[in-house]
Design a protein. Structure first.
Ligand SMILES: Nc1nc2c(c(=O)[nH]1)N[C@H]1C(S)=C(S)[C@@H](COP(=O)(O)OP(=O)(O)OC[C@H]3O[C@@H](n4cnc5c(=O)[nH]c(N)nc54)[C@H](O)[C@@H]3O)O[C@H]1N2
Ligand SMILES: Nc1nc2c(c(=O)[nH]1)N[C@H]1C(S)=C(S)[C@@H](COP(=O)(O)OP(=O)(O)OC[C@H]3O[C@@H](n4cnc5c(=O)[nH]c(N)nc54)[C@H](O)[C@@H]3O)O[C@H]1N2
Ligand code: SF4
Ligand SMILES: [Mo]
Length: 700
């Protein structure tokens, strides 16, 4: 590739996958910007702009590695790709011959490109495809299913036409999706009101019309009181509720005593403020979005908080409405054909899932299951032995609590493979590391994205890899070839694209103009009469028969979260605009921008403990084990019960010179946390842990 070129592609610095255009000079990426032909209009976030530094960084796995020491010891031998793929395929052959295809577990980071992964897992004859989501949005997904019968991404957040947006446990201007942040700001310019419910004043809260600092873990009380006001003051959308809502009476009865006065005692938010919010929402209805949240693997009742968010939207008539949560269109909804699926190359396995999803836990989505529960099968052999685990761009040792417990569960694995583009705790603990090319030097399969205007998009390779790394399809098709999975053997990415596009009438040339292909010209909204939900009643269900059958009440009475023991705090965490989870902390540019996290402590609590702003602290978990050193950030803007820190820091690997030893890892403060999850929604309850702090001794 000589000279200067522009390549349309897709950012990979986080899971949002913004459309980008990469400027390439003499075969090297020199500049990245947001795709000007997309709604991003050229804009990008700081992490997206740091992509070239990732490609150039040599502190990532440089070629395939096979473990020679004990797991986690960091002793490797370098291998050629042929040798590494032969090794993994050989092990998989032995394991599946002895224990069946079902003994292979696979987890990834979810998202639009997983069709290829799912095809690979099916080709092995395993039902055990999982993703990361029990540590992220599973409670939202299941809440959406329980109320609407459809998943959380099957409705759109129509921020640009919204008149009142409520963000609860959602920091939209720092936990970034660029297009979404832009849409929110555009909506606000047109007069949309913003209300933020958080345990601390975020940057987003700084822009809000209303900010409610709630007691950590008390959101359900807040929401029940809003529902109480909407029903008791007759503020809900009666024709809509009449047509689309099932079991309103049961809901009314459930919230009868949940007055704003009661909620004030639980949440710390004045009753009058809660009442006023409900009235403001009713005025703006149906152009209202009460955001159900994203990262809500936090509490034992987070599923119910998300459910009540959907219920409030239902009462206001915003589900399905323009300016609210209109239904997303798939290709078929706009008269087009969807992509041909790679997963359909193989029949769905009849075997039940190792994590119990779909048979032991009947209310949960079978698609990605619940990875943390699948680990138990490694230990118990129930329902059958799990012997191989492929972690595909997933770092469970950092993404879930209690890494030591997880490592013990993995001891029964005969093979642990990590496919990753950066070092991670999981890669370090693996038997084989297969280094993935960065998003700048690999292509993806074509993805389909639902929305008001559904589209197809694809990642193109902007440059050749700097290190000895490979693309997803090269790795998986390389394994498929060695495993005799002939249907999944593609030698060229163009052949995969051609296969996917077969039914669609779209060609690869159609992507040249903008980098993506829209499947209709104008946004398509549905009329009220067209609304029909995929629940058993066809309505929005206040009581879900599916959850009832699983022994989970749909309307759970509020139980106040326990207060932290004397002198302790509840651990709380979230994102920063400058990093993605833990995997950009070693990026040369981003490490310079934000090298460490800090511990947010309320001013009054800090005074009680004699802690000054900027002082170095140790944070101790509930057993009294110290997790590392972190600077105190003393502020009025965090709830007194919470100790907040940005997730992703506290790295310990010797191969990451910039990240090592900086800050504290929140997931290290959750002993036993792998077993603590929301039984109704499946999300891990990561904020059900208490911590203490003490002044750190001066370093010798
Ligand atoms: N204690 C605690 N735990 C948490 C969280 C928390 O706030 N606190 N957050 C939770 C949330 S919301 C999530 S989503 C999970 C995330 O945790 P994970 O699902 O593990 O996701 P990542 O850290 O984004 O990526 C995992 C690995 O994939 C590699 N990777 C490979 N290919 C790519 C690529 O194309 N793009 C990117 N971006 N990475 C790639 C990265 O190098 C990284 O090592 O963690 C969850 N766990
Ligand atoms: N820059 C950047 N953007 C990202 C990511 C990233 O790593 N970096 N990750 C992406 C991913 S995977 C996800 S899942 C999303 C997450 O997106 P969000 O869920 O919006 O982000 P978080 O910062 O995890 O959490 C949002 C807020 O919840 C608050 N909170 C904590 N406990 C409580 C509580 O009890 N009640 C209430 N009401 N609020 C509480 C926190 O203070 C925080 O401000 O962000 C995505 N976008
Ligand atoms: S939000 Fe930022 S990091 Fe994530 S895909 Fe978009 S530009 Fe990249
Ligand atoms: Mo997430």
């Amino acid at each position: 590739m000589a000279g200067r070129q522009q390549v349309y592609s897709v950012c990979g610095m986080c899971s949002v996958r913004c459309p980008i255009v990469v400027e390439v000079e003499d075969g090297k990426a020199v500049r990245i910007e947001g795709n000007p032909k997309s709604p991003l209009k050229g804009s990008l976030c700081a992490r997206g702009a740091a992509g070239i530094a990732l490609e150039m960084d040599t502190e990532r796995p440089q070629r395939p590695l096979i473990r020679v020491g004990e797991r986690g010891e960091g002793k490797w031998r370098e291998a050629s790709w042929d040798e590494a793929l032969d090794y993994v395929a050989g092990k998989l052959k032995d394991i599946t011959a002895a224990h069946g295809g079902r003994s292979v577990l696979f987890s990834d980071r979810g998202g639009p490109f997983v069709d290829l992964h799912q095809a690979f897992v099916r080709g092995l004859g395993s039902p055990n495809y999982c993703n990361h989501d029990s540590a992220c949005a599973r409670n939202v997904q299941h809440a959406a299913k329980s109320v609407m019968g459809i998943g959380r991404k099957e409705v759109v957040y129509d921020y640009r036409n919204c008149k009142h947006l409520v963000l609860q446990t959602r920091n939209i201007l720092e936990a970034i999706n660029v297009a979404e942040a832009n849409a929110v700001l555009d909506g606000m310019e047109k007069g949309c009101k913003l209300s933020v419910v958080d345990i601390r004043a975020t940057y987003t809260a700084g822009k809000a019309d209303n900010f409610y600092m709630v007691r950590p873990g008390s959101d359900l009380a807040f929401n029940l009181a809003v529902i109480h006001v909407l029903i008791n003051e007759g503020l809900y959308n009666k024709p809509y509720v009449e047509a689309h809502v099932q079991d309103l009476d049961a809901l009314a009865q459930h919230v009868a005593t949940c007055t704003p006065q009661w909620a004030e005692g639980e949440t710390g938010v004045p009753a009058a403020a809660i009442t006023a919010l409900a009235r403001q929402l009713a005025e703006a209805a149906p152009n209202v979005i009460w955001h159900p949240g994203w990262m809500v693997a936090r509490y034992d009742d987070s599923f119910h908080v998300c459910r009540t968010a959907y219920i409030i939207n239902a009462l206001l008539g915003s589900i399905g409405a323009k300016g609210g949560l209109p239904i997303a269109n798939k290709p078929g909804d706009v008269g087009r054909k969807g992509l041909k699926k790679l997963v359909d190359l193989y029949p769905a396995p009849e075997e039940k899932r190792a994590d119990g999803v779909g048979w032991r836990h009947t209310q949960f989505d079978g698609g990605p299951g619940l990875i943390n529960l699948a680990y138990d099968a490694i230990v118990t052999g129930d329902p059958y032995p799990v012997k191989a685990y492929i972690c595909y761009r997933h770092d469970p040792l950092m993404a879930m609590p209690d890494a030591e417990a997880m490592k013990r569960k993995w001891e029964g694995l005969d093979l642990l493979v990590s496919v990753t583009f950066s070092w991670s705790d999981t890669a370090w603990h693996s038997d084989v590391v297969l280094p993935l090319s960065t998003y700048l030097s690999r292509e993806s399969i074509i993805a389909s994205k639902g929305g008001l205007k559904p589209q197809f998009f694809v990642r193109k390779r902007a440059m050749q890899p700097t290190l000895d790394t490979k693309a997803d399809w090269e790795i998986l098709c390389g394994l498929a070839k060695r495993l005799g999975m002939d249907k999944l053997v593609f030698d060229r990415i163009e052949d995969i694209w051609e296969y996917q596009l077969q039914p669609t009438g779209v060609t690869m040339a159609d992507f040249d103009a903008k980098g993506f292909v829209e499947l209709c010209d104008a946004p398509k909204y549905r009329e009220d009469a067209e609304l029909k939900f995929s629940t058993s009643s066809g309505k929005l269900e206040m009581i879900s028969p599916k959850w009832t059958k699983a022994g989970e009440p749909s309307l759970r009475p509020y139980a106040a979260p326990p207060a932290p023991p004397q002198g302790m705090f509840r651990i709380a965490f979230g994102r920063t605009a400058l990093h993605t989870q833990g995997h950009t902390v070693n990026n040369p540019l981003l490490a310079e921008q934000m090298p460490t996290n800090v511990a947010w402590i309320n001013t009054a609590r800090a005074a009680e403990l004699g802690i000054a702003d900027g002082e170095m602290l140790e944070v101790l978990d509930a057993r009294g084990t110290a997790a590392g050193r972190i600077r105190a950030f003393v502020t009025d803007f965090v709830h007194p019960e919470a100790l907040f820190m940005v997730h992703g820091f506290g790295h310990r690997l010797p191969v990451e010179s910039r990240a090592r030893g900086k800050g504290v890892a929140d997931q290290e403060l959750m002993p036993g946390g792998l077993e603590r999850y929301d039984r109704a929604g499946g999300g891990i309850s990561m904020q059900e842990h208490f911590v203490a702090v003490r002044k750190a001794a001066a370093r010798a």
